[in-house]
Design a binder for this molecule. Structure first.
Ligand code: PLP
Length: 405
């Protein structure tokens, strides 16, 4: 059955408004996605009916709140093909990666060891590793990409040495849209005994992810890009990895018993969830996953692929416009530069037309350096976008050219 984006749009109340007197055209879902009404309702219902702190309470409300948060964990586990005890609630993908760098990384990376990343990583998958390497006098190695923004897989493989302690690779690049062959990457790294962290922040909202099938050791993502609330994210880690890792943050909730001499920690995932988490955020993320599961995810993916092709062809017709990131396997992200116009000016003029695109380095400055540019304008699509949105973007870009070129 054909995917009905117009029907889906009605589920997202924010999309119905006008901005500067023009219908809102939201093309910035890679930065953060909009929320369907059912997510907003689930959060509101939780606060209105079931809210209390979890795990500690013996009273009805606390029991209900605990059940709601734990059900959300189960939904997430099922959604990505994990076991429930492999799902750690964190604030966002950034925190998930920091957790792995600080816990697994500090244990395993020593002087002269190596951490392997790629040239297309988001800062969230660079800086934690860089800091770890600085602290441990280890070496951060960076696998190269080609002019289309594709990982050079042979080079990646050659860069794995006996000193490589972890490979940390994005599943989908936020700045270029490149979809990495993560199954193959994991297989290559594992064949050399190297564990793999995948940054799934841009992947989970757009297709099926099965972490057990991928066989990655760690998988990180944020709720807010998955049509859920901000402030909640997920670290998936293989159960055996979590068992072996020391806590990241410590304090309440993650302990079985405490004396001044010693503390006994809870089992994972709770060992990694010190303090009160974003309870309503977890519930909202669970509702977002319910929403997505009610869609035909293959039809969503096909819809986004079709829109990407339509948008790529349309942008190719605009004089002086250059797409940055033209990988063969690409998610619905269109990063571009327009000769003679600063990306911020593109963004500002499009905003006057009601069109939201992101401009800047997209937290991926090394990608910009690789392509010799300071910034791009980026349109990123989700299930609620339509050809009308792309037509509006193209008309807006002609307007930009009228003003500047
Ligand atoms: N990784 C990628 C590929 C991203 O696109 C982003 C956000 O844009 C992040 C990590 C960080 O996500 P967050 O800011 O939600 O932690």
């Amino acid at each position: 059955m054909r995917f009905d984006a117009e029907r889906v749009r009605k589920d997202f109340p924010i999309l119905g408004q006008t901005v500067h007197g023009k219908p809102l055209v939201f093309l910035d879902s890679a930065a953060s996605a909009q929320k369907p009404q059912c997510v907003i309702d689930a959060i509101s219902r939780f606060y209105a009916h079931d809210y209390a702190n979890i795990h500690r309470g013996v009273y009805e409300l606390s029991v209900r709140a605990t059940a709601a948060v734990e059900q959300a964990r189960e939904k997430i586990a099922r959604f990505i093909g994990a076991a429930v005890n492999e799902i750690v609630f964190v604030r966002n993908a950034t925190e998930a990666i920091n957790l792995v760098a600080a816990s697994f990384g500090r244990e395993h990376v020593g002087e002269g060891d190596e951490v392997l990343i790629t040239h297309m990583e988001h800062h969230a998958n660079i800086v934690p590793w860089q800091r770890l390497c600085q602290e441990k006098r280890a070496v951060l190695r960076v696998a190269p990409i080609d002019d289309r923004g594709q990982l050079l897989l042979d080079a990646f493989e050659e860069m794995i040495t006996t000193r490589t302690k972890i490979a940390a690779v994005t599943h989908v690049s936020n700045a270029l849209g490149t979809i990495n062959p993560v199954e193959e990457i994991t297989r290559i790294a594992h064949a050399r005994g190297v564990p793999v962290l995948l940054d799934g922040a841009q992947a989970v909202p757009h297709g099926r992810v099965d972490v057990h099938a991928l066989d990655c050791d760690f998988y990180a993502f944020s709720g807010h890009k998955l049509f859920g609330p901000s402030g909640i994210g997920v670290l998936y880690a293989k159960a055996a990895r979590l068992e072996a890792m020391p806590p990241y943050m410590s304090g309440g909730e993650m302990i079985l018993s405490v004396t001044f001499e010693n503390t006994i920690y809870k089992e994972p995932p709770y060992k990694f969830e010190a303090g009160t988490p974003d309870l309503a955020g977890a519930v909202g993320l669970g509702a977002a996953i319910d929403y997505l599961r009610a869609q035909d995810l293959d039809a969503v993916a096909a819809h986004e692929r079709e829109l990407l092709a339509y948008a790529s062809d349309a942008l190719a017709e605009i004089p002086d416009l250059r797409l940055i990131g033209t990988a063969e396997h690409k998610a619905a992200v269109l990063s571009f530069v327009l000769d003679g116009v600063h990306p911020h000016d593109i963004g500002t003029i499009l905003d006057r037309e009601g069109i939201c695109v992101r401009t800047g380095h997209h937290c991926a400055q090394p990608v910009m350096q690789r392509f010799g540019i300071p910034a791009t304008a980026r349109a990123s699509l989700a299930l609620y976008n339509t050809r009308d949105d792309i037509d509006a973007l193209v008309a807006g870009l002609h307007r930009v050219r009228e003003v500047f070129v």
